[in-house]
Every structure is written in structure tokens, then in C-alpha cells.
Design a protein around this ligand. Structure first.
Ligand SMILES: *Cc1c(COP(=O)(O)O)cnc(C)c1O
Length: 243
């Protein structure tokens, strides 16, 4: 498909989802401007990326640092797109993330934080990050285990240490609930992330904890009702991912 035809259909879906985001925000008594719609382009080829940019999208979410950086380089620096990393990052990829991404949504361990802090210093920047929590307890999910509120104090020493790193700017939390056909079933997981944010705000009032990154194609409306400030939507805008 020519890029402009593709761009047109992506723009239509993007605008429809943006409208739903705004409506969900208003319905929840929130300012729509407080919610940012990230378009998730993982595994999508350059042709789709080009069309996505042509459709006017300015916030992209990618899961794999090398894939993302090669796309970013192929597309060139002239666009004003922000690239966000939303997937699990291995420690040895910390340098790539510190160099190339506007925000890391998925900081999930102390060792990675240490390396990101060091590389960010080398690049002369302060890297914005969100801390990822595993609310569902599923073994397949990354993040600090936070399914049981009685255990929330267990990760405080690590979080406390991360907050001392001068080249990381901790802005909030991220989670990925289990997949449900009925989005309503994801609500308790989103709510628990918000409650965890409130808990961390009491522990560390010097940090703003402003951002909650939660909600994907199937459940972003519920996530917005529970306080999401970033929603990460792929398939509902770009269609199915190539396998
Ligand atoms: C793939 C992915 C998304 C987007 O999921 P869709 O179903 O395509 O909307 C969001 N967040 C993370 C962490 C992902 O890996």
C-alpha cells in the first residue's frame, strides 16, 4: 500500500482512539490533556512507521532497544517524534536506552537502574523513567512484585536507592495487567497501581509520582478511569502486528 493511503487509514484510527481517550477522561472528570496516547509500533516494519509519522503521531512506544534504534536511525532525526521504551530492558542494553529514548516506562530492577544512571551521566542527561510493577503476580510479567500489599515494604530499599541516582528522573509507575476479554476485569490491577503510587508518595514525598502508564488497546478506557496518564495502544491503531 502506498504510504499516503496507509497514513490516511492510520490517521483515522488514531483520531478515533484519541477521541475515545478524551471521552473517557471527561467521563471520569479528568482533563483530557493530562493523558498522553502512545502508539506502540513494536514489530511493525518501517513502512508502517513512516505512515504512522505521516499520520501525525508524535509519541511512539517500542519494546526492543535494538529494533527501535535501527528504526529511529532509518527514519532520520528531522522528525519531532518522541521514542519511548516500554519493554523489558536487559542490563547490557542500558547504554542504548540512555542514549536514544525520551522515557523508559519499564525500569524493573536495581542493576539496570545503576547502569542507566551511569550511561545517562556519560551522555550528559537525566533520563526520565517509570518504575514497573507486577501487580498480577504472573511469572511472565516483569517488575517488582506488588500483588500483595503486605509485601510492599519489601521493595522500598531498592526504590529508595534508585531515587538517589542523580541521572535518573523517576516520574511514576507502569504496569501490564493480565489479558482479559472483558476489560472491566483489568480494573483492580490498574486501581492497585494507583494505590501503590499513593503509598510511594507517602514514603517519598520529595518525588512527584505524576505518571501512571497503564492501559492498552483493549482496556485503555478503564485505565483512564483509574488514573492513567499514559496509555499504550498498538493494535487498535495499527492493526495486528506481524508475527
Ligand atoms: C505490545 C504492548 C502494548 C500495546 O498492546 P496492544 O494490544 O497492541 O495495544 C502496550 N504495552 C506493552 C508493554 C506492550 O508490550
Amino acid at each position: 500500500m502506498p504510504v499516503d493511503t496507509l497514513a490516511k487509514s492510520i490517521r483515522i484510527r488514531y483520531q478515533a482512539i484519541q477521541k475515545e481517550v478524551d471521552e473517557a477522561a471527561r467521563g471520569a472528570g479528568r482533563n483530557p490533556d493530562s493523558i498522553k496516547l502512545l502508539v506502540v509500533t513494536k514489530k511493525q516494519p518501517l513502512s508502517i512507521l513512516r505512515a504512522t509519522l505521516a499520520a501525525g503521531v508524535e509519541l511512539l512506544g517500542e519494546n526492543y532497544p535494538e529494533e527501535a534504534v535501527s528504526k529511529k536511525q532509518a527514519l532520520g532525526a528531522e522528525n519531532k517524534v518522541e521514542w519511548h521504551m516500554i519493554g523489558h530492558v536487559q542490563s547490557r542494553k542500558a547504554r542504548l536506552v540512555a542514549e536514544h529514548f525520551a522515557l523508559l516506562h519499564s525500569l524493573d530492577n536495581l542493576k539496570l537502574a545503576r547502569r542507566l544512571d551511569r550511561f545517562s551521566a556519560e551522555f550528559g542527561r537525566k533520563l526520565p523513567v517509570l518504575l514497573e510493577f507486577n501487580i498480577s503476580g504472573e511469572a511472565s510479567k516483569s517488575g517488582w512484585q506488588a500483588s500483595d500489599k503486605l509485601n510492599w515494604d519489601h521493595f522500598l530499599p531498592e526504590i529508595g536507592e534508585i531515587l538517589t541516582f542523580e541521572n535518573l528522573d523517576v516520574q511514576g509507575l507502569m504496569t501490564m495487567p493480565p489479558f482479559f476479554k472483558d476489560a472491566e476485569l483489568a480494573r483492580p490491577y490498574f486501581r492497585q497501581l494507583r494505590e501503590l503510587r499513593d503509598y510511594l508518595s507517602l514514603q517519598y514525598p520529595q518525588v512527584k509520582w505524576e505518571q501512571l502508564s497503564m492501559g492498552t488497546s483493549g482496556d485503555f478506557r478503564v485505565a483512564i478511569e483509574e488514573g492513567a496518564t499514559y496509555v499504550r495502544v498498538g493494535q487498535a491503531i495499527l492493526g495486528a502486528r506481524p508475527i
